[in-house]
Design a protein around this ligand. Sequence first.
Ligand code: UDP
Length: 238
Amino acid sequence: MLLPNPKRILLKLSGEVLMGEQDYGIDPAYVLRLAEEVKAARDTGLQICLVIGGGNIFRGMAGAAQGMDRAQADYMGMLATVMNALAMQSALEQLGVDTRVQSAIQMDQVCEPVIRRRAERHLEKDRIVIFAAGVGAPYFTTDSGAALRAAEMRCDALLKGTSVDGVYDSDPKRNPEATRFDTVTYDKVLASNLQVMDASAVALCRDNNIPIVVFSIRERGNVARVLAGEGVQTIVQK
Ligand code: UDP
């Protein structure tokens, strides 16, 4: 069991999971299936903050590698996360779940700005709050955005739903001998440079004692399993 009774969690989804089986972009049917899992968790009484990456559309590093100005490319990446947030909002609303998007880059016509007290009120009213545009600054990632929002919203845990089912001692795609940790400390992740989240995100979680649960969101039903302390996952903690 992850925590005796988590009341509020932050769920971070990599942008790439929104692609479903596609190579790029957003698969609305797959986003709907993700939304069903989020709704089921919300329906248990859990308060849920969501952060969604943008890697299915654009990553600043990729733009920079092709000669773009890094900061400019990062802003494009942040805009991609807003598109993903709107797609998830649309899916959740199709399921009847009230949702608000709060963006770290202000865009009044499409969503709210990040206002912590307002986000609190949304959560109290059983709304899901999707935090978009990461921390709102280049040279960061949505992992750091997720850690920041988890800290400021005082979440009991940060759940990272991604394409791999946990944290390994080496890259499982390249090394068939790679072994998965059930639990691992923040310090080990940082010292061994394990691929969980970027170092600033891990450090922020460590300093605020927020456990990070890494699990595969591709397996249907895994959000509920992870919340029940079941299934395959890695917990990063003290
Ligand atoms: N990004 C940024 N600052 C942030 C969050 C995101 O500059 O606070 C940019 C960065 O270019 C990043 C892109 O947005 O590559 C998409 O986010 P991320 O790579 O974290 O998405 P994920 O890998 O989770 O899909």
